[in-house]
Ligand binder design. Sequence first.
Ligand code: FCB
Length: 423
Amino acid sequence: MTRFGVATSAFQVEGGHDADGRGPSTWDEFCTRPGAIKDGSDARVACDSYHRFAEDLALLVELGVGSYRFSIAWPRVQPAGAGPLNEPGLAYYDRVVDALLDKGICPFPTLYHWDLPLPLEEGGGWPARDTAMRFRDYATAVVARLGDRVGTWATMNEPWCTALLGHAAGVFAPGERDPARAYDAAHHLLLGHALAARALPDHDVGIVLNLTTVHREPDGDPQAADLVDAWQNRLWLDALVDGRYPDVLGLPRALRDGDLDVVRGSAAWLGINYYTPFRIGPPAAATGAVGQDVDAFPGAQPFSFAPRPPFTTMGWEVDPRGLVDVLQATAQRAPGVPLRVTENGGAFEDDADRITYLQGHLEALQASGVEVLDYFAWSLLDNFEWAQGYTQRFGLVSVEPGTLRRVPKGSFRWYQAFLARPR
Ligand code: FCB
């Protein structure tokens, strides 16, 4: 039986950037760089969920979800990224967990959704090995506090984005363009996940990946298709399942003896965030759609993506079949590892399109018979969409600029009715 919920992440909704001892994250710094964020915005206030969680909770209850995926902000809990914990920050998540449980909603936390404490970024960030150790310690400390009530934990969210968009394409924090360091970052993200998972043997610890289908068009560049699949899918699954890296990528410089033994088998479950398929076109200049930046696939000669309509406002192709394909491929690649859909949703101006998107994906999932433990729609609220600022609306609920008043959309009512159906 699949449990259905909605997802958010700390940096995208919480705001309260300096409240109660929260320190800056790498994304706070990135937002200050001219041109980094499409609308020049930042997430200092965002949806102000740090101060308005009661409102969000009321929405979750009204919606009728079984679970809520949120993330814990490392810079709120441990502003230096090491050493003492910030008690008021931790207390916030304590209250969130208790409030959800009190309403019969399962708290589903992710420990790292991209908001690295700035001091750790300044100390070398994910390309530095020490960050993996710091993550293990932070994860252990959070679980020591909340683990009596929360059994299932996600370590990293979409490490591909942090590593490749952050360190190779430079379009996400920390805005670096150095493919070798990107691969080191990927390795340390996996290592950090695995060290945390191994330090928490009494918990159900998994990782969230943005795996996707890679189709080569008839005239598509085969080398590009192979590299896109390697960076996007195989890197993560080969390491987690078999303890190796794809031959075509070589090895990260940061790899040390024994690391891959730690990584292999470290995910008790896999979360898949699925939004869009990739279609690889002929060698050419890139189309440059968000999340499909060719620089995020080091080694590939310039090539084009060939997405097909319909598109979301992110420029992402809508393809419900891809959700099923990626789940089936992952089930084959990682036999016996339970799967969850940890994010799925679409950014649209017209809410009717959002309903069509969700309905299409949920119907495809249900018709496929593929077993997933959870499905989380992205997102409860319109929120800070990273480099796109507030220009992209993924929410079932809109958030009025200025007043931050929450207004449920038709898609909220649609999902509410879906959740209420007997199954
Ligand atoms: C995913 C992220 C999530 C959100 C969606 C649209 O890559 O995990 O935070 O921004 O995309």
